[in-house]
Design a protein around this ligand. Structure first.
Ligand code: NAD
Length: 497
């Protein structure tokens, strides 16, 4: 349980020093209340994080504004040199960075490593931005030229969730900064430690002071970011409830905003699907990162006779060992909430095929573990079929045909990911076209588009225009300037005055 403590009451046993804000190239103390940070696999406090106030946000904005003129005027080919070096540093420090992710978030070592590798891939994309944002030029009439160039928007902020302490900050840091902006990161207060190492590595890579800042905290810091007149754009990744608040508040203050929210991802499974591949991919999708991914499978919509596939899934999930193959969820509250959903579904007549309740790990008895849980005969009206559970829980909804399956999928207010498992090209195309989701897959449990393709959902999984990564992020982090010039002597006879 996270608890508030006065700054002077630091317990002696904490493994890590207090987390500090990073402003103008230095870690600074903030005279604000501190929140304990927990290792979810042990249930023990390991550090404390400052809950910053509008004052700390303002300090970060001042430093960023001071750094902006020089950074934004540097040619992009020079700016990305920092990110070539940063990518190498991420790779060189992968063991240490992924160990930090495991410690503060709980995910198992291989998942944490994959997260840091993804950060390196995101950075690699940023290094290619000079080739992508070359602009446009055309002689629109004799002697008259129109061109478009992209300019940074200014000081921008990125607000992150707890589930990817290294990767989600890196969804925004390389692209926003390489495109000439100065960025303020507000990490999740549940996993604030990785951000400090990111700041150190960016500095080591040669990023000038003030271009990147970290302000820690929760609601107050987020509200101060949305309200600050010196911040031009805000990106947010987190739950739909908070995404709506942030989107309304930031745009209400005339900022551009892209706010990614929660998800309830449906996988439609046809009887002709390859049982081996479907079985293992679906279990990997629902249990990876303990189900705490916005791309995790939440509902399997089983079309007609799919018992042979469900049997495989049950086999794969039952063999998973908590602590070895699946990490804990983030907090005791989170585990209690997930257990509540399972109990309610069971009481309403659903059948628990694989039961992860009561999972324990020897030596880590205080950890918030839950094994993979698969629940059959769930009906679309149950809360567990509708709301985001954000844990290693997959519900199975049975439908007679693909149109009914699509109707179940499309009734969800969310729209992050959807997949279909089938050997039929026609069915695959039909689902891809008709699923109301921003990221769809065929025979893929986690249809995350990889660079240069962009990441972003539809409906209540995303508010705002553009996407958060890849080419889609260019629209968010830059503004286009349209320039018209007339130099040619013949232009004097042109109708453009
Ligand atoms: P969250 O919404 O609780 O927190 C996200 C951020 O908002 C944190 O930095 C937090 O400090 C801040 N915050 C929390 N409550 C706030 C409030 N009332 N006002 C202002 N700011 C507030 O989300 P979380 O629990 O950290 O992360 C899990 C959620 O994130 C899930 O819903 C998941 O689906 C979603 N998520 C979505 C994506 C995506 O790409 N769509 C990716 C990752 C996670």
């Amino acid at each position: 349980m996270a608890t508030l403590a006065a700054p002077t009451q630091r317990p002696e046993t904490l493994k890590y020093p207090d987390v500090r804000n990073y402003i103008n190239g230095a870690f600074v103390h903030a005279d604000v209340p501190m929140l304990e940070v927990f290792d979810p696999s042990r249930g023990q406090a390991i550090s404390r994080v400052p809950l910053s106030s509008p004052r700390e946000v303002d300090e970060a904005v001042r430093a960023a504004r001071a750094a902006f003129p020089k950074w934004s005027q540097m040619p992009i080919k020079e700016r990305v040199q920092v990110f070539y070096r940063y990518k190498t540093l991420l790779e060189q420090h992968i063991d240490e960075l992924s160990a930090l992710v495991t410690e503060e978030n709980g995910k198992i070592a291989s998942e944490a490593r994959a997260e840091v590798l993804k950060s390196a891939e995101l950075t690699e994309f940023a290094c290619s931005l000079p080739q992508i944002v070359t602009g446009e030029v055309l002689e629109v009439s004799r002697g008259v030229e129109c061109r478009i160039e992209r300019f940074p928007v200014g000081v921008v902020a990125s607000i992150a969730p707890f589930n990817f302490p290294n990767m989600v900050p890196n969804w925004t840091i390389p692209n926003a900064i390489a495109l000439g902006n100065c960025l303020i990161l507000k990490p999740s207060e549940l996993v604030p430690i990785s951000a400090g190492r990111i700041a150190e590595l960016l500095k080591e890579a040669g990023l000038p002071d003030g271009v990147f800042q970290v302000v820690h905290g929760g609601k107050d810091a987020v509200e101060a970011i949305c309200d600050h007149s010196g911040i031009a754009a805000v990106s947010f990744v987190g739950s739909t409830k908070v995404a709506k608040v942030v989107y309304r508040r930031a745009t209400g203050n005339l900022k551009r905003c892209l706010a990614l929210g929660g998800a309830k991802n449906h996988l439609i499974v046809m009887p002709d699907a390859d049982p081996e591949m479907a079985g293992s991919n679906i279990v990997a999708s629902m249990s990876g990162c303990a189900g705490q991914r916005c791309m995790a499978a939440a509902v399997m919509v089983a079309v007609s006779k799919t018992d042979h596939i469900i049997e495989r899934m049950v086999g794969v999930a039952s063999r998973m060992v908590p602590g070895r193959d699946i990490g804990p969820v983030i907090s005791a509250e989170s585990r209690a909430r997930i257990l509540g959903y399972i109990a309610e579904a069971e009481a309403a007549g659903a059948k628990v095929l694989v039961d992860g309740r009561g999972a324990t790990v020897a030596g880590r008895e205080g950890g918030y573990f839950l094994g993979p849980t698969i629940i059959d005969h769930v009906t679309p009206d149950m809360r567990i079929a509708q709301e985001e559970v954000f844990g290693p829980v997959l519900v199975i909804v049975r439908t007679p045909d693909v149109d009914t399956a699509l109707a179940v999928e499309n009734a969800s207010p969310y729209g992050n990911a959807a997949s279909v498992f089938t050997e039929s090209g026609g069915v695959a195309r039909y689902v891809m076209e008709h699923a109301s989701a921003g990221m769809v897959g065929v025979n893929v449990g986690v249809p995350v588009p990889r660079e240069p393709f962009s990441f972003g959902g539809w409906n209540e999984s995303k508010f705002g225009v553009g996407d958060i990564t890849g080419r889609g992020s260019i629209e968010l982090w830059t503004q286009a300037k349209k320039m018209t010039t007339k130099w040619n002597r013949e232009a004097g006879v042109n109708w453009m005055s």
